[in-house]
Design a protein around this ligand. Structure first.
Ligand SMILES: [Zn+2]
Length: 389
C-alpha cells in the first residue's frame, strides 16, 4: 500500500522546522537549543494518532524523552528508537530549519539524521489510524535525547525506565542513516583523561623541577605502541579490531617554565568480546608503568553508566529482526563504523538493529537532505516488519 509522497515529505519537513540542536552543539544559530519543543510536539501528535499511553520522561536539564505506546495484535513488544537531537547548525550554508521540499528531497538539519525515520513513523501511524488497522506487535515509539553528544543519556534513561516498569522488549530498531542496511554491530568505546603531575621550576634551573611534558611523552609512546598492537590483531567479527587514539593534549604555562602538569584525552574503541572495565584497568597499568612521575587518571564515562565505557554492540547477522529488515529493504546486513544508541541496549533487548534511510557520509554536513524515495522505501520496510492488519 503506497503512501502519499507529499505527506511523508511534509511530515519530515515539519519536524525539521522544530529546532532541536543538542545543547553541547548549540551556537548563535541554534535558536532554542535542546529537544523539549520537539518532544512536546511529538507527544501531542502521538496522542492524536491513537497512542494508548504517552509519557514525557525528564532526562536532564529540562530535556525529556518521549514514549508512545500503540496497541498491536499480539503479545510481542517492539521499540522504534529515534534520537530527537541534531548536531550543530553553525557551519550550515542554507537555512537549517526551513524544511523545504525541493528536487525530490527534504532539506534541513535533522532531515537525514534522524528526523527522517520519525516522519516516516508518523505517516505510517496516520495511515493505520485512517484504515483502522494495527501493527502485529505492540509498538513503543521513543524519542531519545542526547545521542549526538553527552553519553547517550536518553537511551540510558529509557532502559532504566523500562527496567523499573518491567517492560519486556523483544526487538528494538534504533534509527540512523544506514542506507536501509540493517546494522548488526559496531564498536563500543571507553575514554579517560590522564594528567602527569610534575613540579614547576624556572627552565634555567630544570634540576629543581620535574617536567610533566617529558613524562607525558613516555606515556604517548606506550599508547602508540598499544594502538599498533591492537591494529595488528586479528578481527574475530566483521566489526574489526580495536584501536586507541589520543585526541587532545594540553600542558605548560610558558616557554621558560618547567611544566608542572600535562593532560591528554585517550579514546579506546572496543570490539565484541572486550570488557570496558577490564580494558580500562589494563590501560591504567600500562600508563603507570610507562610514566616516571605520578599520574592522575579519570574516566570520561558518564557516572550514570556504572562502568568505564560501553562494550561493542553485536548481534548475529541472521537474527529474525535483521533478516526481516534486510529482506524488506532489499539490502544486506552490515556493520557500522560509528556508534549509536544501540550501545545502551546490549543485554536489555535480545534483538537489536540500527536502520534508516540515507547515508551517514551525508550527515553533519553544511547542508542536509533526505531523498523522498528513500523515505518511501523506509515506510515499506518498516511496514513489512510491523505487519499492520
Ligand atoms: Zn543520528
Amino acid at each position: 500500500m503506497a503512501l502519499d509522497r507529499r505527506r511523508i515529505a511534509g511530515n519530515v519537513a515539519s519536524l525539521v522546522r522544530i529546532p532541536s540542536v543538542n545543547p553541547l552543539h548549540a551556537g548563535p544559530r541554534a535558536r532554542e537549543p535542546g529537544e523539549r519543543a520537539l518532544a512536546e510536539h511529538l507527544a501531542a501528535r502521538f496522542a492524536e494518532l491513537g497512542a494508548e499511553e504517552v509519557t514525557l520522561d525528564p532526562v536532564i536539564d529540562d530535556r525529556p524523552n518521549v514514549y508512545a505506546r500503540f496497541a498491536g495484535r499480539s503479545d510481542a513488544l517492539v521499540v522504534i528508537d529515534v534520537h530527537t537531537d541534531t548536531v550543530t547548525v553553525e557551519h550550515m550554508t542554507d537555512d537549517p530549519f526551513d524544511g523545504r521540499i525541493e528536487d525530490g528531497r527534504v532539506w534541513g538539519r535533522g532531515a537525514l539524521d534522524t528526523k527522517a525515520t520519525l516522519g516516516v513513523v508518523l505517516t505510517l501511524l496516520e495511515e493505520w489510524q485512517a484504515r483502522g488497522v494495527r501493527p502485529r506487535p505492540n509498538l513503543l515509539v521513543i524519542g531519545t535525547v542526547g545521542e549526538e553528544g553527552g553519553g547517550l543519556l536518553g537511551a540510558m534513561r529509557f532502559r532504566q525506565w523500562a527496567t523499573e516498569r518491567r517492560v519486556r522488549v523483544d526487538q528494538i530498531v534504533s534509527a540512523e542513516p544506514t542506507q536501509l542496511a540493517p546494522i548488526h554491530g559496531h564498536k563500543g568505546g571507553m575514554g579517560m583523561r590522564v594528567s602527569t603531575l610534575g613540579v614547576a621550576a624556572h627552565s634555567a634551573q630544570p634540576h629543581l623541577g620535574k617536567n610533566a611534558i617529558f613524562a607525558m611523552a613516555k606515556i604517548l609512546e606506550a599508547l602508540e605502541a598499544e594502538h599498533r598492537r591492537l591494529e595488528a590483531g586479528v578481527a574475530t567479527t566483521p566489526v574489526g579490531v580495536g584501536s586507541l587514539s589520543v585526541g587532545l593534549i594540553e600542558g605548560g604555562t610558558g616557554a621558560n617554565v618547567v611544566p608542572a602538569r600535562c593532560t591528554i584525552n585517550v579514546g579506546r574503541r572496543l570490539v565484541p568480546g572486550e570488557d570496558p572495565d577490564v580494558e580500562y584497568d589494563r590501560l591504567v597499568e600500562l600508563i603507570e608503568r610507562a610514566c616516571p612521575l605520578p599520574v592522575d587518571i579519570e574516566s570520561l564515562a558518564p557516572p550514570q553508566l556504572g562502568s568505564m565505557g560501553s562494550p561493542a554492540f553485536y548481534v548475529p547477522a541472521d537474527t529474525p529482526l535483521i533478516s526481516t529488515l534486510a529482506r524488506a529493504a532489499g539490502t544486506e546486513p552490515a556493520v557500522a563504523p560509528f556508534g549509536t544508541n544501540a550501545l545502551r541496549y546490549g543485554g536489555f533487548v535480545p534483538e537489536i538493529a540500527v536502520f534508516g534511510p540515507g547515508c551517514i557520509d551525508d550527515a553533519h554536513q553544511a547542508t542536509e537532505w533526505v531523498e523522498i524515495d528513500d523515505l518511501m522505501r523506509t515506510a515499506d520496510a518498516l511496514s513489512a516488519w510491523l505487519d499492520p492488519a
